[in-house]
Design a protein around this ligand. Structure first.
Ligand SMILES: Nc1nc2c(ncn2[C@@H]2O[C@H](COP(=O)(O)OP(=O)(O)O)[C@@H](O)[C@H]2O)c(=O)[nH]1
Ligand SMILES: [Mg+2]
Length: 287
């Protein structure tokens, strides 16, 4: 379910402060993004705040994204000095690769035993991301049932717990929640369509209509096949919802097509992946 978090400047300042505090405790950061919108689902200041610490971008929900574009996004992030990996946290696919990546990025870590030398220790990392990116599902997949809570460590924020994952890395047990981008309406549309923004704060019919038009333009065959419709040359948002509603028999009293019901249906089916696998953000072309 989309979260109820409302971001106000005070909350954002606090989230940023917590991130800065937690960054001091970790050797690497795992940023969870939605593979359908790898750019729109990033927090605008994360990369800068993380600075020189190794950053692994996990493209989650890859089961719903266009696989070719997911590969291109992985390459894009790698080309910018990050590591990247695509996963499906719902089914646990790809999640097993994360510990090795973190170990590789963080390098060998040791604890000083004073005059008795040094002891190896697992690298420490934390998961961050915007609401609904899939942080909790990913943590559950990583940790599974064999979670070993290693307890508080010196220098750790009060109440902070670490979970040893696969005997390899120590993961902060609570993810860092950060705000999404606000200012760009196109980003807002993509966040709404993928379920990152709760439905009370956007016009469902407008968002679904825009989605229908986007599908009609970019993936007309998928739209036609799913709803058994023909697409006319000149189509607007309401017209698209009208065609879907008519085809599915979503008719109001009086015989008019119920475009609201059509909007709910289209959004639901898009999010469940039954229309196909789609990526709304295109990776910037390398130049
Ligand atoms: N299809 C799909 N859905 C996912 C995946 N990971 C998470 N979800 C769904 O996304 C929603 C948000 O996940 P959650 O872990 O609660 O997000 P959080 O707010 O970042 O902790 C849930 O409804 C999950 O079912 C994934 O890899 N694939
Ligand atoms: Mg969560």
């Amino acid at each position: 379910m989309p979260t109820d978090i409302q971001w106000f400047p005070g909350h954002m300042a606090k989230a940023r402060r917590l991130l800065q505090e937690n960054l001091k405790l970790v050797d690497a950061v795992i940023e969870v993004v939605d593979a359908r919108i790898p750019s729109s689902s990033r927090n605008p200041m994360l990369e800068k705040t993380v600075g020189n610490k190794p950053l692994l971008v996990v493209l989650n929900k890859s089961d719903l994204a266009d696989p070719h574009l997911t590969v291109r996004w992985e390459e894009y992030f790698k080309g910018r000095g990050m590591d990247a990996l695509s996963v499906d946290s719902l089914r646990g696919i790809g999640v097993g690769g994360i510990t090795a990546r973190v170990k590789q990025m963080a390098g060998n870590k040791t604890i000083s035993l004073g005059s008795s030398g040094r002891l190896p220790r697992p690298p420490r990392c934390m998961i961050v991301g915007i609401p609904n990116a899939g942080k909790s599902f990913l943590i559950n997949r990583l940790v599974g049932k064999k979670a070993a809570r290693t307890g508080n460590k010196p220098g750790v924020t009060r109440g902070q717990q670490w979970i040893r994952v696969g005997g390899q890395i120590d993961l902060m047990d609570t993810p860092g929640i950060l705000w999404p981008k606000f200012d760009d309406p196109e980003v807002g549309f993509r966040l709404a369509v993928t379920g990152a923004i709760r439905e009370q704060v956007f016009d469902l019919e407008a968002v679904a209509g825009r989605l229908g038009l986007w599908l009609a333009e970019v993936y007309p065959e998928k739209l036609k096949a799913r709803y058994r419709i023909e697409l006319p040359h000149h189509l607007d948002a309401e017209g698209t919802l009208g065609l879907i509603g008519q085809s599915r028999g979503l008719i109001q009293q009086g015989g008019r097509v119920d475009t609201y019901k059509a909007a709910v249906l289209l959004l639901k089916e898009f999010r469940e992946g039954v229309l196909g696998r789609f990526t709304l953000d295109l990776p910037p072309s390398p130049d």
